[in-house]
Design a protein around this ligand. Structure first.
Ligand SMILES: *[C@@H]1O[C@H](CO)[C@@H](O)[C@H](O)[C@H]1NC(C)=O
Ligand SMILES: *[C@@H]1O[C@H](CO)[C@@H](O)[C@H](O)[C@H]1NC(C)=O
Length: 449
């Protein structure tokens, strides 16, 4: 069939007006959709202005974020309060904390520690493991008093310190970097939040003697951290992230699975409510599952693990331990440990530029601070020259499993055992109703003897 013949067929003839129609449509669009305008320049202009708008929006959000974490430079490190637990008779340690915090620019409120011999046995949780020492219960009680203070005073957040804690001279920029990490893990770097650390957490376990991570969730890595000890100098840790998860020069921040020791942690209002509910008030529904009658760090660790508390931790720990010169027993408040050998020197573990060990240098007006171990990048440095790099998100599981892991949204992460006052477990019938004899006995005891 020749060309002419084909042109004559019906189907081809039908196409010609159709092409005409498309041309009309395109012509119409040229005048109505800038993207199709023959004038490529104005399309480019439009695109450029869209991009500029997005960039501007991002710059505004970045600015808001920077402003928000600027609060961490304030006198309470961006928390509502800094509370330190200290037995008033240990005036030496109170001096230590007041001086150290004054040198690094923050203010501490004190919570009186609890002496083991002042404990009313009625306050023991019903399942307290009596094999633990009275001092261990006193310690738990002091931490509960801190949680109680947070709830009673309606504090959104508070940092809780034990009184032998030491911290890096660069605590404020360290915490800003940490805030960036936890805000990233919470997915709220772009959002307005009440706390510079974000609002989706119960505990920020800043200081510990070991922490492990929920490996199914992303980590945040801070490379070339100048305040990181060489591994050989790290104190003994009882938990750690997976073996191969962290390059030596990197501090990681993760959603915490478990941790040991409580030298420094921040607690939110909601976290403090949950801790009081689980460890003291003991509403029905908690027993056995969470509350196991152990020391405070084991209990908190278990609550983080179960998801009752949402917890984040750096690894290694951000804080260390300090013991001033004098009796070796200074380190403990346990009774029966009054003596000990005389120590000549003060000691600090776990931080590079120890606030306590640099007291003298600062008060003598030296411009530089000194590292406790000289095998770091800068054995001495001006505090204002300590800088941290922006970190990155790291998916531990994708190193092993090739399929991508969805980053859970905060909604999915919400604890599965809410314990607020509107929770049915709070309004359960009290035990005494189902056990009338117990109630009567109690009344008789109260009015009788
Ligand atoms: C520090 O910042 C936090 C967070 O914005 C705020 O709640 C706290 O009141 C501030 N502290 C002081 C002493 O201004
Ligand atoms: C943060 O903001 C984004 C959008 O700006 C929103 O989609 C997201 O749900 C917010 N996240 C939280 C935890 O509020």
């Amino acid at each position: 069939m020749g060309f002419q013949a084909a042109y004559q067929t019906r189907s081809v003839r039908w196409i010609i007006p159709f092409i005409g129609l498309i041309t009309c449509a395109l012509t119409w669009l040229r005048f109505h959709d800038p993207r199709l305008q023959g004038d490529q320049e104005s399309w480019n202009e439009q695109k450029a202005s869209d991009e500029q708008r997005i960039q501007e929006q991002e710059a505004v959000k970045e600015h808001q974020f920077q402003e928000s974490i600027q609060d961490i430079m304030n006198a309470t490190l961006g928390f509502n309060k800094v509370l330190a637990i200290n037995i008033p008779s240990r005036t030496d340690k109170r001096d230590q904390l007041v001086l150290g915090s004054s040198l690094t620019g923050f203010v501490i409120d004190f919570i009186d520690g609890v002496n083991a011999d002042e404990i009313n046995p009625k306050t023991y949780p019903y399942n307290w493991n009596q094999e633990h020492s009275a001092t261990e219960y006193a310690c738990l009680r002091a931490h509960l008093n801190a949680a109680q203070r947070i709830v009673q005073q309606g504090l959104r957040t508070a940092l809780i310190l034990e009184d032998d804690v030491d911290w890096d001279i660069s605590i404020k920029p360290q915490l800003q970097t940490f805030a960036h990490a936890v805000r990233t893990l919470q997915g709220t770097t772009q959002n307005h939040t009440d706390s510079p650390y974000g609002d989706e957490w119960d505990i920020l376990w800043l200081g510990h003697c070991g922490a492990s991570c929920k490996t199914e969730l992303p980590f945040y890595m801070i490379p070339n951290d100048p305040t990181l000890l060489k591994s050989a100098h790290l104190p003994t840790y009882y938990h750690s992230p997976p073996e191969n998860a962290r390059p030596d020069d990197t501090r990681l921040v993760c959603t915490m699975e478990d941790a040991a020791c409580t030298p420094a942690y921040a607690m939110s209002y909601r976290g403090a409510q949950r801790v009081l509910a689980a460890l003291s008030v003991n509403p029905s529904g908690f027993e056995g599952k969470l509350q196991t009658g152990d020391q405070i760090d084991l209990e908190l660790g278990r609550m983080c693990n179960s998801g009752l508390l949402k917890c984040f931790a750096p690894f290694p720990s951000l804080t260390g331990t300090y013991r001033s010169a004098g009796l070796s027993s200074k380190g403990t408040d346990q009774s029966g440990h009054e003596g000990g050998i005389q120590m000549e020197r003060a000691a600090s573990w776990g931080v590079v530029y120890s606030t306590m060990l640099n007291t003298k240098h600062i008060l003598q007006g030296e411009r530089v601070v000194y590292a406790t171990w000289p095998d770091v990048q800068h054995p001495n440095i001006k505090p204002e020259d300590i800088h941290f790099e922006r970190g990155y998100v790291y998916d531990y599981r994708s190193e092993e499993v090739s399929d991508p892991i969805p980053i859970p949204t905060p909604e999915e992460e919400i604890v599965d055992e809410p314990v607020f006052a509107d929770d049915p477990s709070f309004t359960d019938e009290p035990y005494s109703i189902s056990r009338p004899h117990a109630t009567r006995e109690w009344h008789m005891k109260e009015s009788g003897s």
